[in-house]
Design a protein around this ligand. Structure first.
Ligand code: AVJ
Length: 322
């Protein structure tokens, strides 16, 4: 592909496309039934997620943004001048702009995302607004590690930016593996700035994942629309109910789609049945205490140097070094 004019490099690592059909058939055949959360984010699902970040109940995004504003000067001090910021799974450009604006003359930015088109568009806009910054883009799946050695990155300390509590989507072993794979691509003196949502009252958490306007329900239900239209499914959304439940033992919010009554369904010509009350498990969002997050970071080979939280201790940002 042609290198985009505004970018220093575009490195297409050709991430294999997820196999939606295979994953749905496997998940529906399993007990309990489940569908992986990566399939939430088609165009409609991404638009719904953007709406979620503005909901009164979903404190996560606005709390992290306010925290980034507040601790900007401390982050600048920690990072020092001339840092190169690398963002695995670069999503909202609002957060990276806050970080880049806070830092002391950052030398470069590298966005990494599984969707190349979206990535180039957002790196392009950054290039327009930060003219002195060297900007590169990598189309890759961050869960398989970071491969940076062959790329023309500016010299300077590398700061990985992994906000949003995306790490909470992974079960503990997978979360450790993701962090450990980041560490492999890092050198002495590099750092990660990572967001992690905190354990809090089950009512607050359940409301954040089951809002009054039903946007999160629509986000969850979008999986059903995708299965019906892309995989020749026959699921009736009216027979399913969005549920969010706090699993205290596993310290996570779970989202499910629960059968309001017993039903048969077809996907790509295969039949499955759901008993009344049976659930399709669609997402886990793990929540951390300061101690549980430190344990996770250390198990992946990092030292936790500093943590910051909002005054209500809803959300934390952590500074890790290998
Ligand atoms: C994007 C994974 C951080 O877990 O809070 C929001 C996804 N799901 N509402 C989260 C989500 C339902 C979100 N993450």
């Amino acid at each position: 592909p042609p290198v985009h004019a505004a970018l220093d490099f575009f490195d297409d690592q050709h991430p294999p496309a997820g196999d939606f059909l295979r994953d749905v058939l496997t998940g529906l055949a399993a007990t309990p039934k489940s569908i992986p959360p990566v399939y939430f984010y088609d165009a409609a699902g991404s638009a719904l997620f953007d709406q979620i970040t503005d909901l009164p109940e979903y404190y996560v995004t606005r709390t992290e943004l306010a925290l980034l504003d507040r601790i900007g000067p401390e982050l600048a001090k920690r990072a020092g001048p001339g840092a190169v910021v690398i963002e695995p799974g670069s999503g909202s450009s609002v957060k990276i702009r806050k970080l880049l604006s806070a830092l002391d003359q950052p030398a470069g930015y590298v966005g990494l995302d599984i969707s190349g088109e979206h990535l180039i568009a957002s790196c392009d806009e950054l290039a327009r607004d930060y003219p002195g910054l060297h900007i590169g883009a990598i189309c890759a799946d961050f869960t398989t590690g970071l491969s940076l050695d062959h790329l023309p990155l500016p010299k300077g300390r590398r700061i990985l930016f992994f906000p949003g509590s995306t790490i909470g989507n992974f079960e503990p072993d997978a979360a450790r593996a993701v962090l450990a794979s980041f560490r492999k691509g890092m050198r002495e003196g590099d750092a990660i700035l990572i967001g992690a949502d905190r354990v809090k009252s089950p009512q607050t958490l359940e409301a954040a994942y089951d809002d009054a306007q039903g946007v999160t329900a629509a986000f969850n239900m979008n999986l059903i629309a995708r299965i019906n239209s892309e995989l020749d499914g026959t699921l009736d959304p009216a027979l399913l109910k969005h549920v969010s439940v706090w699993n205290a033992e596993k310290s996570r919010i779970e989202m499910h789609l629960e059968a309001r009554e017993a039903q048969q369904l077809q996907v790509a010509g295969r039949s499955f049945s759901l008993a009344k009350g049976e659930r399709l498990h669609t997402e886990n969002s793990h929540k951390f205490t300061p101690e549980s997050f430190q344990a996770l970071a250390e198990s992946a080979g990092f030292d936790l140097l500093e943590s910051w939280s909002d005054p209500a201790e809803l959300f934390s940002l952590h500074w890790l070094e290998p």
